[in-house]
Design a protein around this ligand. Structure first.
Ligand code: SF4
Length: 64
């Protein structure tokens, strides 16, 4: 079973690093100017992990 990824949206500063690294999994909400998860499960985990590690406010997490 694959893990689910989520973004703590209120923490996101809209830098779009995650969107650039992993466009299949993360999209950008232009109105809110924040990233959003467009594929919760099944995305490439190495790519998601890199996005987590790169996020300047560390607001991307695996769902527990
Ligand atoms: S890397 Fe983090 S702060 Fe930047 S857009 Fe993605 S979730 Fe938001």
């Amino acid at each position: 079973m694959s893990r689910k990824v989520l973004i703590e949206t209120e923490e996101c500063i809209g830098c779009q690093s995650c969107v650039e690294l992993c466009p299949d999994v993360f999209g950008f909400d232009e109105d809110a100017e924040k990233a959003k998860v467009i594929m919760e499960e099944g995305g490439a985990e190495d790519c998601i992990q890199e996005a987590m590690d790169t996020c300047p406010v560390e607001c991307i997490h695996w769902e527990k």
